[in-house]
Ligand binder design. Structure first.
Ligand SMILES: [Zn+2]
Length: 333
């Protein structure tokens, strides 16, 4: 099966210069989006695939296939300095060995800068972003936001002080709560203006921020359902802010429990999460399914990978997913 969301859901295909007019034309009712299912998995190539990212891959894949949907693969290497050479290839190889079959070509954010530039220029022309000259030290006294970053106090909102140069560009966040209904975590609300403040969309050094890239990519690729780890749930209201200001539709969200280690830290390169052992694909896939509350029969562990996937998709049950933001990694995987 080689179909991509952009061909099967053409009303989601965004061209950079036509983005706004198409979505503001009223042709694309939000309900239309949910008649088809287009999911994705979007790892950052900062290291090999670990159990936490595997859980997000399994959850998004099984949920997409169980709904008869397409599933795209996107490498989030927009943060070039954090990208590790060879990591993207290693991730793709591991996914292949584990039996994942994605639709269409793999997309690399690093090759899509013109899309982010077009979205940024639209925001800039509409006066929705402003230049910020603040250094990290200058906002160090501000209060902490939900993800531990400092809340931006709005210093440069009304223009740069004389003699100051722009370091980054920030989105002018409108006041008020932003709420969404997560398919697993329930209703989530955040006052982005009060808790995070105007956030960066174009970073010092000219790199586009993760939040902007994700929103533009999901819209451009026609993604209708975002299934990912709950470690990203605090980012979602910021992404909704951007969707609103860019006039693009909001996908449905389901945030799976994030995998934590014995110390309660999210599995990541920084917490030295060990790479997936893809020489034992059935065992690691079964461990990820068990983490997600799915219970493949024991006899399937000894069978071939294709049968295990077939069972997983046929029996995928959102009702069995654990209702929590984090859960510990299993002892064995
Ligand atoms: Zn500033």
């Amino acid at each position: 099966m080689q179909r991509s969301c952009v061909t099967s859901i053409t009303f989601c295909l965004l061209l950079p210069d036509g983005m706004q007019s198409r979505y503001h034309s009223g042709m694309f009712a939000t309900e239309l989006l949910h008649q088809s299912y287009c999911g994705r998995f979007a790892p950052s190539p900062t290291g090999p695939l670990h159990f936490g990212s595997l859980v997000a891959a399994v959850g998004s894949y099984a949920d997409a296939r169980a709904h008869g949907g397409t599933w795209l693969l996107r490498l989030e290497d927009v943060d070039a300095p954090r990208t590790v050479p060879g990591a993207a290839d290693a991730i793709l190889r591991t996914l292949e060995r584990l039996g994942f079959a994605w639709d269409g070509e793999v997309v690399f954010q690093s090759r899509r800068t013109s899309l982010y530039r077009a979205a940024f220029e639209r925001l800039r022309l509409e006066g929705r972003v402003f230049a910020c000259a603040c250094t990290r030290r200058e906002i160090a006294d501000s209060t902490l936001g939900p993800d531990g970053a400092r809340r931006y106090p709005g210093t440069c909102r009304a223009g740069l002080a004389p003699g100051r140069d722009a370091r980054a560009w920030r989105l002018m966040v409108e006041p008020g709560e932003i709420c969404f209904d997560d398919a697993l975590q329930g209703r989530i609300c955040q006052d982005v203006a009060a808790e995070v403040g105007d956030f960066v969309v174009l970073r010092a050094g000219g790199l586009f921020a993760y939040q902007l890239a994700v929103v533009v990519d999901d819209a451009e690729q026609g993604v209708t359902h975002v299934v990912r780890g709950a470690d990203l749930i605090e980012s979602t209201p910021r992404q909704i802010c951007l969707q609103r200001q860019l006039g693009i539709p909001r996908p449905a969200y389901l945030h799976l429990p994030a995998v934590v280690n014995a110390l309660g830290e999210k599995l990541s390169k920084q917490t030295r999460a060990r790479p997936i052992d893809d020489a034992r694909p059935q065992a690691v896939l079964a461990a990820a399914l068990a983490f997600l509350g799915q219970q493949p029969p024991a006899e399937l562990a000894g069978t071939d990978l294709a049968s295990l996937w077939l069972w997983s998709i046929e029996h995928w049950d959102r009702g069995r997913l654990p209702h929590c933001r984090t859960a510990p990694a299993p002892a064995e995987y």
